[in-house]
Design a protein. Structure first.
Length: 195
């Protein structure tokens, strides 16, 4: 598998654009539209919002977790490790876990409001982030690769929302480059959905 190392400035620009795009896509979405199906099998748009929100909250910890190098994964091999770690998971239990997390929100508007608040916080934290290494989910990544992996996560879920939202070119480019760097069975999303 060819390495995909993303420098700090490129990862940061793609990540910030991806966060803004997801936030803008759901900011004024009527609540009934959040109950409609997403492109992610078994998930509503509300599930996607709740999933992204949980991810960004976890990422805030990763941004604060500076550590010594060297990196153990790069922007592509992170996804291969992620796919391998989840390969034995029962897909029905994964869906049920997501449903319970979604149901923890009183209503879709509350989840969107929280997502917008956390978006502001991850944008502020990433904007002040120096180049370096970070511990995240048992791995060590460079700051550029950590931000790039989240730009990919965001653009995939922006597409999952199945709205009339154009993914930011920098994040979409990273998603395509990531998919190209991985064996097809190690890509934990549908690369064809990214166009």
């Amino acid at each position: 598998m060819p390495p995909l190392t993303v420098d700090h400035a490129e990862g940061l620009a793609a990540f910030r654009a991806s966060v803004a795009a997801v936030a803008d896509a759901v900011r004024d979405l009527p609540e009934p539209a959040l109950f409609e199906p997403s492109r992610c099998a078994g998930w509503t748009r509300f599930d996607v919002v709740a999933h992204v929100l949980a991810g960004w909250e976890e990422l805030l910890g990763g941004l604060a977790r500076r550590t010594a190098g060297p990196a153990t994964v790069d922007a592509a091999s992170y996804w291969a490790a992620y796919a391998e770690a989840g390969s034995g998971d029962d897909p029905v239990l994964v869906l049920m876990d997501q449903r319970r997390w979604t149901d923890a929100h009183r209503r879709p508007a509350a989840a969107v409001a929280r997502l917008l608040d956390v978006a502001d916080r991850v944008l502020a934290a990433s904007g002040a982030l120096p180049d370096g290494h970070h511990g995240f989910q048992g791995h060590v990544l460079t700051s550029g690769d950590l931000l790039a992996s989240w730009a990919v996560e965001d653009v995939v879920h922006l597409v999952d929302l199945d709205l009339d939202a154009t993914p930011p070119p920098a994040a979409l480019d990273l998603a395509r480059r990531t998919a190209e760097a991985l064996p097809r069975d190690a890509v934990p999303w549908d690369p064809d959905a990214l166009g």
